[in-house]
Design a protein around this ligand. Sequence first.
Ligand code: GDP
Length: 299
Amino acid sequence: SERLAGGFRRTSDKLGENLSGLFGKAALDADTLDQIEEALIASDLGPATAAKIRERLEGERFALGLSELRLREIVAEEVEKILAPVAKPLEIEAFPRPQVILVIGVNGSGKTTTIAKLAHLLKEQDYEVMLVAGDTFRAAAIGQLKTWAERIGVPIISGAEGADAAGLVFEGVKQGTARGTDVLIVDTAGRLQNKAGLMDELAKIRRVLGRLNPAAPHDVVLVLDATTGQNALSQIDIFGKEAGVTGLVMTKLDGTARGGVLAAAAERFGMPIHAIGVGESIDDLRPFDPRELARAIAG
Ligand code: GDP
């Protein structure tokens, strides 16, 4: 896609910028290798990936000097190796229905938009989708999700600001079961800063869900804003295990030079990446394609 290519072009431009002046050297001495490794890390690729690329360069002979093309090939190969094992589309396979997907993410990460995009995608694939406006702390979040639900044409369970999220989730599963809903997508509070509060709320939602269906929630998707770089990585670190996150969606990869964050996340956490956001409109959720992304990152 144009947008994706545009976003990653910035990532690869950044890599090119960081590497300019290093090409054409016949001997890759330790200094040059250090500089390349630093440039790769500055492009958000993560230390382990950068070290692997360095190792490969050490093992190669460059009669005519290292070319930019060869380096980009090696970067693409190594990044693809890191990304391939974590590329896992969200699968709708739960029986009994509905499959319950909790979506968590700090305010501003693109959580609401991602829920809308996902609901739209699943609806296009003929799944019956229902939303639960569980981010009851922000009246704006409730309103925004209701507007999306109307536009997409899916039902939504919502309450007033301050309503009990677990109660709404209970209602969602009850109504969803009665209506033959395939997928229930639950928005949750975005106050990731207030860790204790968030964990309490998630625990309560889990208790309520567990009573209705021991397998629920089937998925806990963490939405991350790629433009926040290292900050996105620390959110995986802080919330990944404790919130029982089962997979990631990385947003805003259209406007950022931060494509390398995907490789760093894969390398550090090995957590499934379900999809990426490449724009603000409803069609801008893309499957995570490791080869395409690795090539785009490498330029
Ligand atoms: P929430 O607070 O986490 O629910 O975030 P929102 O879904 O309201 O998104 C915050 C802002 O980011 C909005 O202006 C969205 O349109 C925008 N946004 C969300 N996803 C993307 C994306 O993939 N690319 C771009 N460029 N903007 C996005």
